[in-house]
Design a protein around this ligand. Sequence first.
Ligand code: FAD
Length: 464
Amino acid sequence: MQKIAIVGGGLAGAAVAMQLIKQASKPLSLVIFDQSGQFGRGLAYQPRQVAHLLNVAAGKMSLDPALPEDFLQWLQQQPQFAGDERALLAQAYLPRAVFGDYVAQRWQEALALAAQKGLQVSLRPVTVTALDLTDRNAPRLQSEGVWQNYQQLVLACGNEFPRHPTGFAALCDHPAYVHNPWSDAWLKKLKPDSQVVILGNGLTMVDTLLSLRAAGLKTPVLSVSPHGYGMLPHRHPGLQLNQFSQLLPQQASLRQLLRLFNRARHQVRRLGVSAEPLIDALRPHTQRYWQQFSGAEKALFMRRLRHLWGVARHRVPLHLHDQLQQQRLHGLLEVHAGRVLSVSAAGEQLVLQINSRMHRDMPVHEFDYKADLVLNCTGPEQDYRNLPGHLLQQAIATGTLAAGPLGLGLAADVASLRVKDAEGVVQPTVFAIGSLLRGELWESTALHEIRQQAQQIAAGILAH
Ligand SMILES: Cc1cc2nc3c(=O)[nH]c(=O)nc-3n(C[C@H](O)[C@H](O)[C@H](O)COP(=O)(O)OP(=O)(O)OC[C@H]3O[C@@H](n4cnc5c(N)ncnc54)[C@H](O)[C@@H]3O)c2cc1C
């Protein structure tokens, strides 16, 4: 019997497990490890995430690439959406908790199918602490001090907490500092008049702001990020720029792409359309272009364009964008482009010295701000070398695995999704999925990529 282990039982781990169960025609034993003790939903789709919305329309959120309408069909079977028109549902940005319910149901159905097929599936709510690939054909995992052999492994460790801002000794251990913005534990400390600073200005900032307002916060919230770019809404849904798509070459340098993009941007602007449909047109090609870029081009992109790309790519639903604009207009959300210069503790509060400007045309100014809560919303850490004690940090340090380009995620063979060791040799029995492939593929975090990769990894494992 084929013995397979998946490290991580979030959305990606569950997607691989579901594909394995669906595709398996022979007995197999599947062990799924998840240290959170939860399987299927992962970080982003917990039941408490009712106020937090999907940033992808429901019509594009099927778990199975072979059944693109699956989420829509499931929605129509739910009492709260039974009367809604299908086309409307397909365009809707629904609560992430609803998507989590869908995953949870498909997960239960998959477990029932596994039982019917006689497949062994066991869920282990523990941390995998070490990985040993000395025998390439018999990878080993350690958990609770015990080593176990498998034939195939899938690394689906997903999202890590954000990186601590460097150089601020007073910050990290202070009770006012929140390292994990996705947990709700910090909301208990909140009072209606708390002074709150959010480090970061992306989708996690938006989620956090919604949680703060839902919990009754009445005071202005400061968001501090290097550029302070405004969030963009989803405008022009469904607009496909075929002419621009046809101009996109098979191979291109970063410079060529920028030239093409800027020319097209002026054309669409002339007709009153914003540049986001151009970004959508680039999306199917992004992984290919990223792989073609030289190391210097990737580094240049990260240095100069990453934040702009992030804003244009990761947009918010229109009505949420309106809410953000209202808060800005009423002084309840201050978006600062700048940085924190120093942090000092003042009893239960933290004093942040901030150097920023609130608009491109405004002068830079420096000020001190006393905060009851400082939330780190700078996005998940993607360089495992910065995570002491992490399974993948150890594996990279010993050369068993290697960090991906620019230190992002893991080095991998993108054709088979198998990881590489420090010598660049492909490990024949170990796969990686989702954000672990960020350095190799750049676009590798959304469901769109995860479901394709899950299907491919399951087929690769079963063909072994
Ligand atoms: C807040 C947020 C919102 C998002 N919204 C959308 C969206 O609307 N649409 C979209 O397409 N995508 C969205 N994404 C992107 C993507 O769908 C998610 O990142 C998705 O949750 C990734 O799933 P995952 O399983 O890779 O990671 P996670 O959900 O982070 O799961 C990884 C799991 O691995 C476990 N784990 C890690 N290491 C170990 C170990 N050593 N031993 C045991 N267990 C371990 C963790 O406990 C965790 O449960 C969102 C992402 C985030 C963070």
